[in-house]
Design a protein around this ligand. Structure first.
Ligand code: SF4
Length: 353
């Protein structure tokens, strides 16, 4: 296991003890959004099933992950079956479904095998594409080889986050590695599944300049293993290490200009890179110093359509001098200190270093 035990223990100490009083028969949330899993833009139903949560929570958590805020260790198989029924009744003819679980859909302890079968059967004949998420350890032939042939395509989303093992271990605390991702993705594709790779843009303890390069090299390192790559800019979630650093002004979420740059610089024929930022233009999510609705909209629309010409035009016509100064300055400061905050409060560097 690739783990910094001290970091893992600290992250664990920030996780709250179990909460109570939720309806275990209902998913955490269901909503409709657009995605392009089938190669064109389509309405998609997204569900978050309430489960006992990610197996990694037993030991620690990823440094940015706050999904443990939605779990319930008392969720039973019957609760899960009823949650599946709620989803089944919510499709309304929509042919693409994405399933999130605050963990791994393919973890048999989180989603028991008979619940998995019930769910997969209930989608048969009703949808064209299904996306589920999984940690790498569950993507082996024994666990997914018997998933069966359904009348729809299944894409598995894997949280690689970065192809740099030092980032994976010392910043994200993923308890995984690039080589485990390669093995898992290769197995999934060999068995006929599609793969979506999640990358985390701007993990803690690194500058934005480093994080941009990390995304570009990580995208290159997924070539041949993934049908598409989703660049997920940091969105600060409650009770996480990242929130802890952010509250101490030791972390600033990435800037929209940087995300646009990644999308523009990673273009290559045959490669699909997308980004649908959560919390964009808000202080906990990806944002520039000034609110920019148009830039966020262009990032999403170009990801959906895979046409980046308007985004490129907007990017090239902007004055990026102060953005460039900020990320150069941040790169010279320790641990991703929030340079916007420093300039707003006129704090001298000597006070924080
Ligand atoms: S593997 Fe996924 S669900 Fe589990 S702690 Fe990490 S980000 Fe959260």
């Amino acid at each position: 296991m690739h783990t910094d035990r001290e970091l893992a223990g600290y992250i664990k100490s920030l996780m709250p003890s179990q909460k109570a009083s939720v309806n275990r028969d209902k998913p955490v949330s269901i909503w409709k959004e657009l995605d392009r899993i089938g190669g064109s833009v389509e309405d998609t139903i997204v569900v978050i099933f309430r489960t006992r949560g990610c197996s990694w929570y037993n030991f620690s958590s990823c440094s940015m992950c706050g999904y443990f805020n939605d779990i319930d260790s008392t969720v039973t198989k019957e609760n899960l079956l009823r949650q599946v029924d709620v989803l089944s009744n919510s499709l309304n003819g929509i042919k693409v479904v994405k399933v999130f679980t605050s963990g791994s859909f393919l973890d048999p302890l989180e989603i028991p095998l008979d619940v998995r079968s019930y769910f997969l059967d209930s989608m048969n004949g009703r949808i064209d594409h299904l996306l589920v998420e999984s940690r790498t350890e569950y993507l082996n032939e024994k666990n997914i080889g018997a998933l069966g042939n359904y009348g729809y395509r299944i894409r598995v989303a894997i949280g690689l986050e970065s192809s740099n093992d030092s980032v994976i271990t010392n910043s994200i605390n993923k308890g995984s590695s690039y080589s485990k991702y390669v093995t898992a993705a290769t197995t999934a594709r060999k068995l006929g599944f599609g793969v979506r790779t999640y990358l985390l843009f701007k993990p803690p303890f690194y500058s934005e300049k480093f994080a941009i390069e990390d995304m570009l090299s990580s995208i290159r390192d997924t070539d041949g293993y993934s049908d598409d790559v989703s660049v997920n800019p940091m969105n600060i979630q409650k009770n996480t290490l990242v929130e802890h650093l952010w509250k101490k002004n030791l972390y600033r979420p990435p800037r929209l200009w940087s995300l646009a740059r990644i999308l523009l610089d990673s273009r290559k024929p045959g490669r699909t890179v997308i980004s649908y930022p959560t919390g964009g233009n808000h202080e906990r999510g990806v944002h520039n110093n000034d609110y920019d609705r148009k830039l966020l909209d262009l990032i999403v629309s170009s990801s959906l359509n895979q046409d980046f010409s308007e985004l490129e035009e907007y990017y090239n016509s902007a004055d990026l001098s102060s953005y460039n100064e900020d990320i150069e300055l941040e790169d010279r400061l320790p641990s991703g200190i929030d340079v916007d905050l420093l300039s707003r409060r006129s704090i001298s560097y000597s006070q924080v270093i």
